[in-house]
Write a protein that binds this ligand. Structure first.
Ligand SMILES: C[S@@+](CC[C@H](N)C(=O)[O-])C[C@H]1O[C@@H](n2cnc3c(N)ncnc32)[C@H](O)[C@@H]1O
Length: 219
């Protein structure tokens, strides 16, 4: 999806992807990465996710990137955080405590921007993108993360012909094709969530699973 699509979504308040709670699968599986407290975690396509607050509360330094000013300002405003703002070539950086959120394009971040990230957390980011952009997202953006980086990736799978994305369906085969061989990929769980997602059922979706992967950058 292009930037205009997301900007319009935020202007119209069409943000069904946003959750008013921390993602339970993050709480359940984050420890599987064994990332030391204090390590920096990259959150691509961050929205105004409460998951950033949870990661910071776990002692991580969070680096998010989000292209909507509305999302960034709502994130800090809704949590009564008063960010310091400075500008770099990547955009405006909003910094409050251990959370830094760049108002900018994730695809524009380079290896310098991501060099200190020992972790990456991807919920509703890879699956927000159509297939051609998913290839670019992993081949370009993830390639800028350092060797040894550990990540948690959460995806959805459903019969793609039954519904238009986003969110898009991304199968385990596709995850492996996108990330391997540079990243090790381990499936932590694949769960049937159709009953818990009435909006998908209302759209005629007949099967819906979420998967959680642990990924580790090898080279
Ligand atoms: C489906 S939402 C997910 C947000 C968040 N990860 C969550 O779990 O709530 C995708 C977000 O990515 C943002 N986005 C899309 N393309 C982007 C890009 N190229 N750079 C930065 N943010 C982007 C959109 O504005 C939107 O807020």
């Amino acid at each position: 999806m292009e930037a205009d699509f997301w900007q319009q979504r935020w202007r119209d308040g069409q943000i069904g992807f946003h959750q008013d709670r921390v993602t339970p699968l993050l709480e359940q599986y984050w420890d599987a990465l064994a990332l030391p407290s204090g390590s920096r975690v990259f959150v691509p396509l961050a929205g105004k996710s409460l998951d950033m607050l949870w990661l910071a509360a776990r002692g991580h330094r969070v680096l998010g990137v989000e292209l909507s000013r509305i999302a960034v300002e709502q994130f800090f405003g809704e949590h009564r955080l008063q960010p310091q703002i400075h500008e770099t070539r990547f955009g405006k950086h909003y910094v409050a405590g251990e959370i830094e959120l760049i108002l900018g394009d994730a695809f524009a971040l380079d290896t310098d921007a991501l060099a200190a990230c020992a972790g990456v957390y991807d919920r509703a980011a890879l699956i927000a993108l159509p297939a051609d952009m998913r290839k670019r997202y992993v081949a370009d953006l993830y390639a800028r993360l350092p060797a040894g980086c550990h990540g948690l990736l959460i995806t959805l799978e459903y019969p793609q012909h039954e519904k238009q994305g986003p969110p898009f369906s991304v199968t385990e085969d596709e995850v492996r094709a996108l990330y391997q061989p540079d990243w090790g990929v381990e499936t932590l769980e694949r769960r049937d969530i159709l009953a818990a997602q009435p909006s998908f059922v209302a759209e005629g979706v007949t099967a819906l699973h979420t998967s959680v992967y642990r990924i580790v950058r090898k080279t």
